[in-house]
Write a protein of this length. Structure first.
Length: 344
């Protein structure tokens, strides 16, 4: 009786699973690590034995043997809205198809916190990291180089950058939208943007608007800027601030769709008709942009493709396989109801 209880209490091993499924330990190992290489009937039998015995692979031992943990870390600026969700979901799905686990941290747009999270993920054995944007202390890049931890930068693109990148050109994407806005007759442009300090995405989008204005001969001093944190309520507060200026803008270009939806909601509260009295644009083409009333003119970013390509690039880097280290994701304009022609 005591012997039976002892047997039940001990942690099941790979050999126990093999005996239960009547296969070799090599087959069990292959089934758990490379399931596509095992026929379905055998795989079902092994997984049933795993479930019945409550077996959990010893990943620590495996990591020591392979000098890899099969985990990849991603640090994103925020989890509070959907800006990064779609790309990160595709990133995780692609990692999962390759037997890799994702560890996620959120830096809340704080560079000091992000550095701490990078060091923590590396100390916990992350094989590689996904980071958002290039802007950070050079010392942290040197730390990653010394540790031998591959890194891919996403949501930005610079062909001259030193680091592997999967992303889009924020400057060109926003300039294309600003050019369209100007061709529709708008000369008084307002901007609601996230913080530009330590945020190269916001900085480049703002630079794109300024460049389009310069090309069109519109004085930069006519540009009204409200900088805020990302959120629907914050977008509304910023819109109210811009519309209280002596020279009200005829269009408000927002750094993302979340801010734009907040701006549209506040405009309705103030009795401002969109787009008759004021045009509003966004950036990202989140689901909310399609159901906004009126629907939101925005820049479409293929977030899922970006996440998938970033995962593939990191997997190749960890596995020492050759592959692209710079992938430009093309954006496009989504013209909807919130942007209209303007004449004085």
């Amino acid at each position: 009786m005591e012997a039976d209880e002892s047997k039940r209490d001990r942690t099941p091993t790979l050999a126990d699973v093999a005996r239960q499924a009547k296969v070799s330990t090599a087959t069990v190992s292959r089934c758990l690590n490379s399931p596509d290489q095992v026929v379905e009937k055998t795989r079902t039998k092994v997984l049933e034995a795993v479930r019945k015995l409550g077996y959990a692979p010893n990943f620590n031992a495996r990591a020591l043997a392979a000098k890899r943990t099969n985990t990849i870390g991603a640090i994103i600026p925020t989890m509070e809205n959907a800006i990064f969700a779609r790309g990160l979901q595709a990133f995780q799905e692609e990692l999962g198809r390759n037997g890799t686990t994702l560890l996620v941290a959120s830096s809340s747009y704080q560079s000091g916190l992000e550095e701490e999270q990078i060091r923590t993920l590396v100390s916990r054995g992350a094989d590689a990291l996904l980071l958002i944007g290039y802007h950070r202390d050079p010392e942290i890049y040197e730390f990653l180089r010394r540790q031998g931890v591959p890194v891919v930068i996403a949501w930005v693109f610079d062909p001259k950058a030193k680091f592997p990148t999967v992303g889009f050109d924020n400057f060109s994407a926003m300039k294309a939208l600003a050019n369209k806005v100007i061709r529709l007759g708008h000369r008084r442009i307002g901007v609601i943007t996230g913080a530009t300090q330590d945020n190269d995405r916001s900085t480049e989008r703002l630079r794109g608007i300024r460049s389009a204005m310069t090309d069109a001969g519109i004085p930069e001093e006519t540009l009204s800027i409200a900088e805020t944190t990302y959120g629907i309520a914050e977008g509304g507060i910023a819109l109210e601030h811009l519309m209280s200026q002596p020279s009200r803008p005829s269009v408000v270009m927002c750094g993302n769709d979340v801010l734009a939806v907040g701006a549209i909601a506040k405009a309705k509260e103030l009795g401002i008709d969109i787009p008759r009295d004021l045009s509003v644009t966004g950036f990202d083409d989140l689901e909310i942009s399609k159901i906004s009333s009126p629907s939101l003119t925005t820049v479409h970013v293929p977030h899922r493709r970006m996440g998938k390509e970033a995962a593939r690039m990191l997997i190749n880097m960890v596995s020492k396989k050759e592959g692209q280290d710079k992938i430009l994701i093309e954006t496009s304009l989504e013209m909807r109801e919130s942007l209209a022609e303007y004449s004085e």
